[in-house]
Design a protein. Structure first.
Lengths: 75, 568
């Protein structure tokens, strides 16, 4: 089957200048397990567009690198 | 795919409200027993109260109400269909739970004299106890689990219950990060995996824009069914009046004691009480269909300090992102009502009354298998009911396991399950889970959203059965996608049960939750009973039949006491 990739406006925005390479706080706490580290940069990013906009990632980030937007379809 | 084998005395599947309490109570009762909490997310922030809770809806506090009064009110609110002995437990033990939570650091609202500051939101009686500082509830619970040295495995999703000669002996699970398979033997198993919150498709079209935490995909409903347990009254859907698009609660529970209320487009009241019930939802549906919509939560008539106080609670708790949702739309409670809508359907006994059938000890119909929290059919049980049912199940289970040995795992069953788990991974270019789930849940909307029509439901039932073939086409490229694929199995099972049960009960009951256009009236003569869904172990077919209600503990005259919340 042919697959295509679509561009998606994602809810979880990571400020890479603040995100700590060795920290996984947001990844560990996400109920939907949608966050991961970009192996090239060591920074967190939203790997899967499956967000409940519940905010643990933002609240538990020790350096305030994360902003959660309401997903576009609901905004 | 590695297979990891474990053996414990008591296994708690799902580390949410019920699960954390159950694990602590099991360990306290039997410190030498091995207790394991299996959690598909991380117990620090998982389940229905991941971001806390702003209040308790079922607080039976001595001096304010009695367990008997509470049972009577729920009996009337649920149109008579319940096992009173299970609901009674919530009334009897809820106060104990509240006191214990206080010892753990949870704060409940008190008045100037230091008494619990209960509010009336139900039709009769004060059962709502605010928790304006309830945002860290889940962190407090997970700390107790840690303090009691209970083993927790995060990021493993249970997929099937293992049985031997009709007894539950363990589970299989999937590590959603490594893709490894778990086979865990346990003398008793508690399923407390929450609601089926991903059944209908939200009007926004966003798969995860649900009212319930979308991790809760009906896992326990499906696993209990597949193991041969009875489920009851699945036709009694969960449908809520929610903030339009955002799909979180508008929280009239919080705001109405301050003077807010649910209003129609003219700003007038049309329901006499803000407690969620099918009857209330039917009034909302009628209002929307009479040209008086949209309905909204009205606060704009209140003074500044009151609105600020309400905002402090609502923007800090349960669904805190609602603040930025409103900000993004330029909405302000001082000027604008909170526009509400009728939600898509789900299954959740915490709010309505459908789930795995349990008795007053939270035993399912399968020995060794317990259920608690939103997925156990104890009507209108909410958070306190989840705590109580978790505790009751654990305490009973720790007695049950005393004279029980571990069962023997059937290796054929494990191999079949391993194949089921591997199928999407072996088909990485198969249809993505997002598309398969979207279409399934759109069919749920199309054919099951009340009011219910017989032909629609029949088409739906056929489509859900046929959808097994679509599921076979699923493709997954990593363990995370595989988790979502396996959740679609859970959702499909729940959809089939919802259609089957809704067709079977040929009457209307529970307001909008089971409003049939072809049988618009309640028919107590034929339907004052449970409907039971069970998998036939002979041919694996879904069977449905009637079962008598258990005798009431407290007489309630349901002909005289009708649950009516309309405003004349």
């Amino acid at each position: 089957m042919a697959l295509t990739s679509n561009r998606v406006d994602v809810p979880v925005i990571v400020d890479e200048s603040k995100c700590l390479d060795k920290c996984k706080a947001c990844i560990e706490v996400c109920p939907l397990d949608v966050l991961a580290k970009n192996p090239d940069t060591g920074k967190a990013y939203m790997k899967y567009d499956e967000c409940w906009f519940c905010l643990p990632c933002e609240k538990e980030c020790p350096v305030g690198a994360i902003t959660v937007q309401i997903p576009f379809l609901l905004r | 795919m590695e297979i990891i084998n474990l053996e414990v005395d008591f296994l708690v599947v799902g580390g949410g409200t019920a699960g954390c309490m159950a694990a602590v109570k099991a360990k306290q009762k039997s410190p030498d027993s091995s207790v394991l909490v299996l959690e598909k997310a991380n117990i620090r922030r998982s389940g229905a109260i991941a971001m806390g809770m702003d209040g308790v809806n079922t607080a039976v506090i001595p001096g304010n109400s009695t367990p008997e009064q509470y049972v009577r009110e729920i009996t009337i609110a649920n149109d008579g269909i319940l096992d009173q002995s299970a609901v009674h437990k919530t009334g009897l033990l809820g106060f104990d739970v509240i006191q214990e939570l206080e010892e753990w650091g949870v704060k409940f609202q008190k008045d100037n004299e230091g008494k619990y500051d209960l509010k009336q939101v139900h039709r009769v009686g004060k059962y709502v106890l605010p928790m304006p500082e309830g945002k860290d509830l889940k962190k407090i619970l997970s700390r107790q689990v840690k303090r009691n040295k209970i083993k927790v495995i995060n990021r493993v999703m249970a997929t099937r219950v293992l049985t031997q000669n009709g007894r539950a002996i363990g589970i299989t699970g999937l590590d959603v990060r490594s893709g490894d398979m778990y086979v865990i033997k346990s003398k008793a198993i508690l399923l407390c995996t929450g609601a089926c919150g991903r059944l209908g498709l939200p009007a926004s079209g966003y798969l995860y824009g649900t009212y319930e935490n979308p991790t809760n995909a009906g896992d326990g409903y499906s696993m209990a069914y597949q193991a041969g347990a009875k489920l009851s009254n699945i036709e009694c859907f969960q449908i809520n009046p929610l903030i339009k698009d955002y799909n979180g609660p508008a929280c009239a529970y919080v705001a109405s004691p301050f003077g807010a209320y649910t209003a129609n487009a003219s700003g007038n009241r049309f329901i006499s009480c803000d407690y969620w019930s099918g009857q209330m939802m039917l009034e909302v549906w009628r209002e929307l269909n009479s040209g008086q919509g949209p309905v909204h939560l009205k606060m704009y008539h209140l003074d500044e300090s009151t609105i600020s106080e309400i905002e402090t609670i609502l923007f800090d708790n349960e669904r805190p992102s609602r603040e930025r949702f409103h900000a993004g739309r330029g909405e302000n409670y001082r000027r604008d009502g909170v526009e509400m809508n009728i939600s898509e359907i789900g299954l959740c006994s915490g709010h309505s009354a459908s789930g795995v059938q349990v008795d007053e000890f939270m035993r399912t119909s399968i020995p060794g298998l317990y259920a608690a929290g939103d997925m156990a059919n104890v009507p209108h049980n909410y958070m306190i009911g989840a705590f109580v049912s978790g505790r009751v199940a654990a305490e009973h289970a720790m007695d049950y396991i005393k004279d029980i040995d571990h069962g023997d795992v059937d290796s054929d069953f494990i191999n079949t399950e391993k194949e089921r788990l591997l199928a999407p991974l072996n088909n990485p270019n198969g249809i993505p889970h997002t598309q398969v789930e979207y279409k399934l849940r759109r069919f749920v909307n199309d054919y099951l959203q009340p009011p219910k029509s017989p032909k629609n439901m029949k088409i739906g039932l056929e489509k859900f059965i046929d959808y097994k073939n679509v599921i076979d086409e699923l493709g997954a490229r990593d363990p995370h996608e595989l988790m979502r694929c396996m959740e679609i199995h859970f959702i499909r099972d729940c959809a089939e049960m919802a259609a089957k049960a809704s067709l079977y009960r040929t009457e209307s009951r529970w307001g909008l939750y089971h409003y049939r256009l072809d049988f618009p009236n309640r028919n107590d003569e034929e339907w004052m009973c449970n409907t039971i869904i069970k998998k036939s172990l002979d041919n694996n077919e879904m069977t449905i039949f009637k079962e008598d209600l258990k005798p009431y503990l407290f007489d309630v005259n349901l002909n005289e006491e009708k649950y009516d919340v309309s405003v004349a």
